[in-house]
Design a protein around this ligand. Structure first.
Ligand code: F6P
Length: 605
């Protein structure tokens, strides 16, 4: 069915909200009924499915089970938090607004604080925003999942970032209300209310916050949330946690989780800036209007179904041939390219060469806390010059290069790069944002179009505010790149139904997700699935007491150096064979790559 046509029924749109739908899982971990068949869908259907999933972010609250982005309570809290930011902006001396998170949540924290500090600089104001990402700046460009499990590390990094500050508004982001790193920071804020006001942003209802014990802690994420709920009554803490529906690829919070984080926090900070610098009070109506502008951004972006489909097919084709996808970007849109590319490694088990992002200006444009990270290795070389030296010479027509820019970038520089790329590959495409009525750019673009195989051009109405337009471009680009990289990996056969089977088991959340997945796909009891997982991690056919007595942290640290542990465990569970045999079966027939995964699941059985 999904191969030819796909329409989204109203019941599928809302099915996840039923109390009976995967009741043991929080919203952020549920599988989305809309994408159940995404692994067998055509490129066009994949785009439509992603569109329907993203649209769930803006579903109305009336009659809904969970509070939603546009719901009364969420908007009210956003108003209150914006007013707190306004207080800091009015009196920035000894004050700070800190945004912190793990993985995509930390990357969004970086992106947002960079943009709003830049806005302050342009107004000759001092910076008040700071970001923290678990694992440090290297996590902006690579997956660093072990530090996410460390509440003490979270607490210490917050303490360090706020040294000497008398007033701190701390915004902890954890899409699943689950990251111990963030829990440690929130707990620290609760213990020091004279300095810290904690805000939690996430996308599960409070009662679904993670309740597992954390090493060395007396609290869990849920108990921290409960303490915050109590304080929220007197506005000493704030929770912004609308449900946005399950992710298109189960648990992949880089998608809607990341987008909704960006939307919410940009709305908060924009309202605070407008109140402080243009005397526009923070109002319920204003907040709602800004959120609606993002909803329109979604519509405008996905109106380009054919263009997105073409990109997704081209990228999928490159990955299927074992070739590359390169995003060449300018300005902050390039950062979204860097982020999207780096997330393909943990999300799809991709090699770092598969999807790469490059930014004009390199680390100067990035302007991250720790400065250039080139010494960490070639995967941290991110400038266009690096691309020209390291990548371009080996490109051919099977590699796709995607230019990502706007009419405010130096279009002649874009054209120059395009010409150089065309000498090596004709597989050149563009994503271009422009403003209505910009005829000069339109003429320039005509010539440029001839160099590109496809050009996805989005024309935006002349803006009331430049900064809003820029934020819309960014969200639109994030949606487009997420669609391209997700769709391309689906076409490559990396997904079974709407699950990533070859999930890395590099932290406790992923360990639990892997065990659950094995249970779902094998039908075996949980204890047997965990045993199979451990055998694959430790590469043994029999578990010793030495192994079973270790904690999850040891298991996940060991798993860091292993590959394909979940597929191996699955083959063992389905066939009863030994690990060595499972390995050779996977080698002959990699179950979840290069074709329809469901038939391959049958193959290994
Ligand atoms: O552990 C990996 C990961 O799932 C990332 O993919 C994600 O961005 C990160 O954890 C953060 O998750 P959360 O926002 O739910 O804390």
């Amino acid at each position: 069915m999904a191969g030819s046509d796909w329409t989204c029924s109203l019941s599928a749109m809302h099915e996840w909200e039923s109390q009976d739908y995967e009741p043991s899982l929080p919203v952020s971990e549920k599988s989305n009924p809309l994408t159940r068949d995404i692994d067998r869908a055509s490129a066009k259907c994949i785009v439509r499915m992603l569109q329907a999933c993203d649209a769930q972010m803006f579903q109305e609250e009336t009659g809904a089970t969970y509070q939603r982005l546009l719901g009364e309570r969420v908007v009210e809290t956003v108003v209150e938090v914006a007013k707190r930011v306004q207080l800091v902006l009015k009196d920035p001396q000894d004050s700070l607004v800190v945004l912190s998170g793990c993985g995509t949540s930390g990357r969004m924290a970086f992106l947002i604080t960079s943009a709003f500090n830049r806005a302050l600089r342009e107004l000759n104001q001092s910076s008040v925003y700071s970001y923290i990402i678990a694992g440090g700046d290297r996590a902006l460009l690579s997956s660093q999942e072990a530090p996410e499990d460390d509440p003490k590390l979270g607490m210490l990094s917050l303490k360090k970032a706020c040294e000497g500050k008398k007033r701190v508004l701390f915004i902890g982001i954890s899409c699943g209300l689950s990251a111990p790193f963030v829990a440690g920071q929130l707990d620290f804020c609760l213990q020091h209310p004279e300095v810290y006001t904690p805000v939690l942003v996430g996308f599960n209802p409070a009662h679904q916050a993670r309740d597992e014990p954390m090493p060395g802690c007396t609290f869990t994420f849920r108990s921290v949330v409960q303490r915050m709920q109590e304080l929220a009554k007197s506005q000493k803490a704030f929770l912004i946690n609308p449900a946005v529906g399950p992710e298109a690829i189960s648990g992949s919070s880089r998608m809607k989780g990341g987008s909704a984080t960006k939307i919410l926090l940009e709305v908060v900070l924009s309202a605070a800036h407008a109140a402080t610098f243009t005397n526009t009070p923070v109002t319920h109506k204003g907040i709602l209007q800004h959120m609606r502008a993002y909803e329109k951004t979604l519509d405008k972006t996905y109106a380009q179904t054919d263009g997105i489909t073409a990109l997704l097919e081209a990228a999928g084709q490159s990955l299927l041939c074992g070739r590359r996808v390169c995003y060449m970007g300018w300005g902050s849109l390039a950062l979204l390219g860097l982020i999207d590319a780096s997330e393909c490694i943990p999300t799809f088990g991709a090699d770092y060469e598969d999807v790469r992002g490059f930014v004009s200006g390199g680390y100067k444009e990035l302007n991250n806390n720790e400065g250039p990270l080139i010494s960490l290795g070639p995967d941290f070389c991110i400038a266009h010059e690096d691309f020209l030296h390291l990548i371009l010479p080996s490109l051919n027509d099977q590699d796709i290069v995607l230019l990502v820019y706007t009419h405010s970038d130096d279009v002649s520089e874009v054209a120059e790069l395009a010409r150089r790329v065309r000498e090596k590959t004709s597989n050149l495409h563009a994503i271009y944002h422009r403003v209505d009525g910009d005829t000069a750019a339109a003429v320039q673009q005509e010539d440029f179009n001839k160099l590109c195989l496809s050009s996805l051009k989005i024309t935006w109405p002349s803006p009331a505010s430049e900064s809003l337009l820029h934020m819309q471009w960014e969200l639109s680009t994030k949606l487009l790149l997420n669609a391209v990289s997700t769709g391309a990996h689906v076409l490559k056969g990396k997904i079974y139904q709407n699950h990533m089977i070859d999930v890395q088991v590099t932290n406790s959340k992923l360990y639990c997700r892997a065990t659950r997945l094995l249970r779902k796909l094998s039908g075996c009891p949980e204890s047997q699935c965990e045993e199979a997982l451990l055998k694959a991690i430790y590469e043994v056919d029999e578990l010793t007491v030495g192994i079973t007595s270790c904690d999850i942290t040891t298991h996940t640290l060991t798993a860091r150096n292993r590959s394909k542990v979940v597929p191996l465990a699955l083959v063992c569970l389905l066939t009863g064979c030994s690990l060595v045999e499972a390995e050779s079966r996977l080698e002959q027939q990699p179950i979840f790559s290069g074709g329809t995964s469901s038939t391959m699941l049958v193959c290994v059985m």
